[in-house]
Write a new protein. Structure first.
Lengths: 82, 308
């Protein structure tokens, strides 16, 4: 699946909305945009679920070798905007 | 002729691994075991036992409640990918001997994993109806303890051993209705045995299930002229608590999609019949089953209770 550039969109805020929708009870105010998810209480399975939701939201495919980059809000945003 | 499910009997070994204890070597927290894996214990057959032993215990539990059935069995099907003796002869042949069934009996294995029970129901029903068989047994027995690498965190915390025996025949309790099957075979490497040990790519299996299972369920509902609200219980393969709850959220069936493998783990093709045997389904009229995993394959069907 080809990546689609997302233009004119506040990507970081959209990623935060996806986090809130995907990880029940997660306090989005508790995480900084460059903070690695695992240090904010988002475990490996939540991360997996989050990446799937991001793929669906932005109509992109995140290959296995990009998962490490996509381990923070800003990391995901960078990948989406590549 | 309408072949369906008459009763289901199970066998779960009495020895268990403590998942909290074994998770310490990876520094896995209790909350992760409780809330994500979901199974605090994993059932294990004895080292001296093999697949057909636990299968035999499940079928003998069935015969205990119906003594005259043994001589009436016309087909015996075993769902397993961990057969005795590497699969030659087929485990169902070994089991047939152990159970002392009649010679005039069709006996074969189905090499399927977590989708095996639902596929097995459909195959058994079609086969029995085409041959006019009145009594058959569908066995699930896939003890992953034979292939688990105890040092692999991705798999060692998930799987338990168990076996089930489903009596199929006329005048059933549950009628087997519409089914849907499929496979994404270009992802088969996501769940396979390599060097005699199970290897799993968790993200690929998760993405597969999250994407294809809801579509399969919707297709079965559409084919049946039903809506998800018409289903009393949605029984999903018990991969982990996380996958069951994630799928329930995606389907909008929270409260009707139980996770019930807390005390024995993911028992592969046995997970759905274990639920059918253990849950209180007296008030349920229509149940949806969906198994998914090895292949990566799925199988979904609807069961409808026949009012007596």
């Amino acid at each position: 699946m080809m990546k689609k550039k997302v233009k004119n969109m506040n990507v970081n805020n959209t990623i935060k909305e996806v986090i809130v929708d995907t990880i029940i009870g997660f306090d989005i105010e508790s995480i900084k945009e460059d903070q690695v998810f695992s240090t904010a209480g988002i475990d490996s399975l939540d991360h997996m679920n989050l990446l799937l939701a991001i793929e669906e939201k932005f109509d992109i495919f995140i290959p296995e070798e990009e998962v490490e980059q996509c381990s923070s809000i800003s990391g995901i945003a960078s990948y989406i905007e590549k | 002729m309408n072949i369906g499910i008459k009763s289901i009997h199970t066998y779960c070994p009495e020895y268990f691994l403590d998942n909290f204890e074994q998770s310490k070597k990876w520094g896995v927290e209790k909350d992760f075991i409780n809330n994500k894996i979901g199974s605090i214990k994993l059932s294990r057959m004895k080292e001296c036992e093999d697949t057909t032993d636990i299968a035999q215990y499940a079928v003998e539990n069935l015969f205990q409640s119906n003594d005259s059935l043994r001589s009436k069995i016309q087909c015996l099907i075993v769902v397993t990918q961990n057969p005795d003796n590497g699969g030659l002869p087929h485990s169902s042949a070994i089991l047939h001997k152990k159970l002392e069934l009649e010679k005039n009996c069709a006996v074969f294995d189905l090499s399927l994993g977590c989708s095996g029970y639902v596929q097995g129901l459909s195959i058994a029903k079609a086969f029995m109806e085409s041959q006019g068989f009145k009594n058959g047994i569908l066995v699930t027995a896939d003890p992953y303890s034979k292939i688990i690498d105890a040092n692999d965190r991705d798999t060692a915390l998930l799987f338990g051993d168990a076996a089930t025996a489903t009596w199929l025949g006329e005048n059933p309790l549950w009628s087997i209705k519409n089914c849907d099957f499929g496979i994404v075979s270009d992802k088969y490497e996501a769940l396979q045995v390599s060097n005699s040990k199970l290897v799993m790519k968790g993200r690929e299996v998760f993405n597969f299930a999250a994407f294809y299972v809801p579509k399969s369920i919707q297709k079965v509902l559409n084919d049946s002229g039903l809506k998800i609200e018409d289903i009393d219980m949605v029984l999903l393969h018990q991969g982990s608590r996380f996958i069951v709850e994630t799928l329930a959220r995606r389907l909008g069936t929270e409260g009707r999609t139980p996770f019930s493998s807390k005390n024995y783990g993911n028992t592969i093709s046995s997970s759905i019949p274990m639920m059918l045997a253990e849950l209180n389904l007296h008030t349920s009229r229509r149940i949806l089953l969906s198994g998914f995993g090895v292949g990566l394959s799925w199988a979904t069907c609807i069961l409808e209770k026949i009012e007596k």
